[in-house]
Design a protein around this ligand. Structure first.
Ligand code: 13P
Length: 337
């Protein structure tokens, strides 16, 4: 394990005022995104879309890392440069989603377990040759009366920690992503309690498997009201609950926490991050973003799959990246929209 290399990667990603673009949509997920703009998910469309995002002029002012889907890691940009090289030439660290998605956990109320440990060492070695410096593994939990269950929490925590340990031994920084879904009627208080249970279990397992906490990136969901909860918590409440749960469960050894957006609107995802960074509550970690939808939605809507809209799409992406950068510094204001 090359600790100096892991440390360099974490430092490069956690630069102040910068964050991660999650552009690692799997085939079914990118299909869903393209369905929204009525275009098919062809090789050409996926290449054109990822090309427009990564070649957005000056976006490296705000984006320090991009998570790629395996296909994109092995694809060339329109100018012929392999995507990972195009990114690293811009000072943006290329990363790779390495989990293989979820399968149902038997006898567990529809809960899921993330797969992908088989052959992971060999895959990481191949990804590394193609320029990947960090990886991502997403575990997913849903909130209901009976869930997340202890067994779903424990099994997913074990897999997340096993993945993280394997990555570090291959000199790849692991993004540890336990996502609590926003779907449901639950209150913010329920989300806080269940997020605390999940994060505690994840850190206990990371410690047991001797993962170096200095050399991971934590990618959690925010503590937030369920989408169908009639009483939606305020921006300040989301910031306060999220910080309280993180302070209780995430050791200060962790350098950077990069939130997922999880289906929040782009504006709310920015406002929540900003409220946390503007808060006077002490935060021992860098707090930034690793957004997929909240960074991409306006760009995708502007693009609609048409070459003549590329510039407008890039402007929309640049704007969201810039506003989220301001949110990392606690300097975002709604009138900047
Ligand atoms: P969202 O920000 O759209 O939740 O995507 C982030 C991600 O990488 C989910 O795994």
């Amino acid at each position: 394990m090359n600790i100096a290399e892991l440390t360099r990667t974490v430092k490069a990603i956690s630069q102040s005022g910068k964050g991660i673009l999650a552009a690692d949509e799997s085939f079914p997920t990118i299909q869903k995104r393209f369905d929204n703009i009525n275009i098919p998910s062809t090789d050409e469309n996926r290449q054109a879309y990822r090309d427009l995002l990564f070649t957005t002029p000056n976006v490296n002012e705000f984006i320090s890392g991009v998570i790629l889907f395996e296909e994109t890691l092995f694809t060339k940009a329109i100018n012929g440069t392999p995507f990972p090289k195009l990114l690293s030439d811009l000072g943006i660290v290329p990363g790779i989603k390495v989990d293989k998605g979820t399968v149902p956990l038997e006898n567990a109320n529809g809960e899921k377990i993330t797969e992908g440990l088989d052959g992971l060492v060999e895959r990481l070695q191949e990804y590394k040759k193609h320029g990947a410096k960090f990886a991502k593994w997403r575990a997913v939990f849903n909130i209901s009366d009976k869930t997340p269950s202890d067994i779903a929490i424990r099994l997913n925590a074990v897999s997340l920690a096993s993945y993280a340990s394997i990555c570090q031994h291959e000199d790849i920084v692991p993004i540890v992503e336990p996502e609590i879904l926003i779907d449901g009627k639950h209150t913010i208080e329920e989300c806080a309690e269940k997020s605390g249970n999940v994060l505690s279990a994840v850190f206990q397992e990371l410690r047991e498997q001797k993962v170096l906490l200095e050399n991971i990136i934590l990618k959690p969901s925010m503590v937030i009201s369920g989408k169908e909860c009639p009483q939606q918590a305020s921006i300040d409440a989301v910031a306060a609950y999220t910080l309280a749960i993180l302070r209780e469960t995430v050791p200060a050894a962790v350098q950077t926490i990069n939130f997922l957006s999880g289906g929040q609107s782009p504006e709310l995802a920015t406002a929540h991050l900003n409220a946390m960074n503007a808060s006077e509550i002490e935060k021992p970690w860098n707090l930034s973003f690793s957004y997929g939808r909240a960074l991409q939605e306006p760009a995708l809507t502007a693009w609609k799959g048409k070459a003549e809209n590329i510039e407008a799409a890039q402007q929309a992406f640049y704007k969201r990246a810039k506003l989220n950068s301001a949110a990392c510094l606690g300097q975002y204001m709604a009138n900047m929209e």
